[in-house]
Each structure stands twice: as structure tokens, then as C-alpha cells.
Ligand binder design. Sequence first.
Ligand SMILES: [Zn+2]
Length: 272
Amino acid sequence: MRASNLLAWLRHLSSVRGINASTKQMLRMYRYHRVPFKIILNNILDLLDKYDARFTFTVVSSIANEELVQMILDRGHEIASHSLYHVKHQGLSFETQLGYIRRSIEMLEALGASVHGFRAPYNSYDNNTYACIDELGLLYDAGVRREEYLRSLTKPFHMKIDGKDTRFLSFPVCHLSDELLDRLPQKTVLNSFLEVIDNMGGRDLSVLQLHPIRIGQPVYLGFLESLVKHLASQDYSMPTLAEVVEKKVPMPTVCLSGDIDCLTFSDYLRRI
Ligand SMILES: [Zn+2]
């Protein structure tokens, strides 16, 4: 399809469906999904193997399949829940949220994963979401919390909800995101990441949020490799989130994590 036709079609789609995503963002996702997801994932896994690094993929269970799950598990990485559908959890009833998260765990486990954590789609939470995570006995929440006061934390922490500590743990997440790659030159983004890592000064823990659909693109593999290579050279271990919670790893640690919420462009269109 020619780019101008595609743009016209995406504009039409967003006007008839009242879609929130910009046509620019839709076009970007169209381009990213031209590379089959299996190749994107393999690119990432091959690179991580070289540096003995692990990745925690939070996966929407309704788009998951056995091949995807096995590819990830066979190479020693972790799968966590990214809910049943890619919908905002905030504002949904406790029962609905519990149903979505429970079903997603059942589906991922039926495909062979052992699920210990959750991240809400669109990072959309409310107190019901947190109550569900505790109710289901999950060990951690991988939600992205980038508030200033969390930046100095160096360990997983229990959030306070209504004055009470949650049973599950949350993680301090680096305030940078690979989304910067859509706006800035790779070198600039890489330097920002390396600066943050160097300023961590060997502290215990941070989590880097990296979207597989972007960082597995052939054009960004150099960025990913420079990042992981730098971490390895600074003696950071790169374990899964569950390994950190279960205290199976030496510190200091940088965990790599990101969502898989669509395998194809039509998954993306269904979701927006
Ligand atoms: Zn997502």
C-alpha cells in the first residue's frame, strides 16, 4: 500500500472509530509491524544471549500463542501478565478486573508460563487493580511509576494503598523510555540512557522499560546492544523481575522489561 493511501485510510479509520491514537502513531506501528514479530523477538533474544541478560515480557494473553511463549521460555526469560485484553483497568469494577487478570494468568499458564507478576495496559491502575494483584497472590507489579520521589529507590518496595502496605512488590523504573527513539537520534537517546546508568553509581536496582516492537527492529539493534553491553561492562546483572523478588540474583541489577500487546498490525488496530 502506498504511504499516502495508507495515511488517508488511517485518517478515515480514526474518524469513524473515534480512535485516540494519532495517525502518526498508527503509521509508525504499521511500519514496525512490517517486520514479522517472530523476527523482532528473535533479534532481541539473540542479542540478550550474547550478554547473558534476561528480559521480563509482560504479555496480553488474548494475543499470545504457544510459539511465542515457548520462544521466550526456552531462552530463559520470564513472562508476566499484561491482562487479558489491552484495555484501561482504571474505573473497571473489582470483579471485572479480577476476571481479566485471573483469566490472563490461566491462559499464559496453559501455554507453559509460570506467572508471578502483572503490568496493567496503558499503565492504568486504580485501587481495585492493586487489590486484585494481592487477591491473586502475585509477587510483583511491573507498572511504570516514574514519580520523582521514586527515583532514588534502589530496591523493590511495597506501595501504600489506603494507608496499608500491599503484599506484592513494585519496582523502581528508570524515567527514560525507548519511545524517545521515535523523536530523537539514536545516539542522543543512547547517551541519555548511559548517563542515567553511570549516575546510578553501582546502586542496587533499576528497571529499564523497553518495548520489544521497537527495540527489536533491525534499525534499533545497535542501540539495544550498546545499552546491554554497557550494563554488562559495569558488572550489572540483568535478571528477570521474579528472580529479583525471589532474591536469586547478585546486586547491582538492572532489569529489562517491556510489553507484548500485539503481534500484527491488525492486532494493533483491534486494540486502539
Ligand atoms: Zn501495553
